[in-house]
Design a protein. Structure first.
Length: 90
């Protein structure tokens, strides 16, 4: 899983049938300190995340497809949690 921050959304009038009715968000991976850590990704939202939320994303296709119950869908990345607190311990 990857820690990230929602930085935007994607709106599309035409999309694959497995994406119809799904919210697509732009997520910037971040480190525990909240600083950007890598390239942003598109992720389907399963937890009603919004702009600025810190989230956990699953970036592994088979697990993502299982969450949606669509074994052959072209889904790779999904938001699986909104994070309330990141506490780094030594």
């Amino acid at each position: 899983m990857i820690l990230g921050r929602v930085i935007g959304r994607v709106v599309s009038t035409h999309k694959h049938r497995d994406y119809v009715g799904e919210k697509i968000l732009i997520v910037q991976p971040v480190g525990p300190d909240g600083k950007p850590a890598g390239k942003s990704v598109l992720a389907l939202d399963r937890v009603q995340a919004g702009s600025g939320d810190t989230v956990l994303i699953n970036d592994e296709g088979n697990s993502a497809r299982m969450i949606f119950g669509k074994g052959d869908a072209p889904i790779r990345t999904v938001i699986v949690a909104v994070v309330d607190l990141v506490e780094k311990t030594v």
